[in-house]
Design a protein around this ligand. Structure first.
Ligand SMILES: [Zn+2]
Length: 315
């Protein structure tokens, strides 16, 4: 389907628990919403009696019995570590809940870079705004960087720093399957949102290229069903963003000056309820083009941002 529309994540149902491979099972976070689709996938990784938990959902009461049931069905006695893809609240929200039940389970995560603000541009908190990383201060935190390894019996996870959706975003390659835990970088349904305040589309597209170099088999996304051909999906995501970028360039060349005008041109035929999210996506493209010296912006007296093409060498 279309672009930049977390709303279309709604409507897909996934089971609360599923065994996906010899070393991967999923427990659903019980936090369905317009932004999280069927909810966050929390993955139990490994083959032994102690396993890793990758992402934790939002910390809702309904998650604990689902996780407990998953552990029992797998015969898992202990969670030996929590691995987090990034600090958005639908990923880290369950950490404290799990620690309250199971004690001080170590958390593995890349720190949120301090230069990125946590508040939204209007001071409000958007549904995908960043949870305060200090929420994780209680209990051990193992800092992960690009290339960092987390091991458990039967599984080796290699961290790949993939900023763009969030500056602290890590994907994890499951070495034994050459499968990828993609967090919010690649979704099983819909497309990734690049938040205006802390996202960066240029970084995001570079991250997709980096993931493509790994030629992953499967992708285990944070939302939606498993993707069987991960490499094909990464190519599709990149092609989609490049096509959108060209549409934004074409709209600028045609004389559109405001993001919403471009949305009305590019997303013709889509329901208007999707336009705010689409405007965010178009603005991400405009900012990327501006950083590359291909577009320029000026603030308007009456509010809003006016965009224009930077004349370059004829192409
Ligand atoms: Zn996220």
């Amino acid at each position: 389907m279309g672009d930049a529309s977390p709303q279309i994540l709604g409507g897909t149902r996934l089971p609360d628990f599923a065994v996906l491979s010899e070393r991967v099972a999923v427990a659903l976070g019980q936090n369905p919403s317009l932004f999280t689709g069927p909810g966050t996938n929390t993955y139990l990784v490994g083959t032994g009696p102690a396993r890793l938990l990758l992402d934790t959902g939002s910390g809702l009461a309904g998650y604990w019995p689902v996780l407990e049931d998953a552990l029992a069905r797998l015969g898992v006695q202990r969670i030996e570590g929590i691995v987090l893809t990034h600090a958005h609240p639908d990923h880290i929200g369950g950490v404290n809940q799990i620690r309250e039940r199971l004690g001080e389970v170590p958390v593995f995560k890349m720190p949120w870079p301090r230069q990125h603000t946590l508040a939204g541009p209007d001071g409000g908190v958007s549904p995908i705004a960043v949870a305060n990383p200090d929420d994780l201060a209680e209990g051990p935190l193992e800092t992960l960087a690009d290339g960092g390894i987390v091991r458990t019996e039967g599984a080796t996870l290699r961290a790949i720093h993939t900023p763009g959706h969030a500056p602290d975003h890590l994907c994890f390659l499951l070495e034994e399957e050459r499968a990828l835990f993609s967090g919010d970088n690649v979704l099983g349904i819909g497309t990734t949102v690049i938040p205006a305040e802390s996202g960066d589309l240029g970084d995001y597209m570079a991250s997709l290229e980096r993931l493509l170099e790994e030629r992953p088999t499967r992708i285990y996304p944070a939302h939606g069903p498993v993707i069987d051909d991960g490499t094909a999906k990464l190519r599709e995501y990149l092609a989609h963003r490049r096509q959108r970028e060209q549409q934004v360039l074409d709209a600028l060349a045609a004389g559109d000056r405001f993001a919403m005008a471009m949305v009305e041109r590019i997303y013709v035929g889509y329901p208007e309820s999707l336009f705010p999210a689409a405007a965010q996506s178009v603005t991400s493209h405009l900012r990327k083009l501006e950083r590359e010296g291909r577009a320029r912006s000026e603030a308007c007296a009456e509010g809003g941002t006016r965009w224009s093409l930077v004349a370059g060498p004829a192409s």
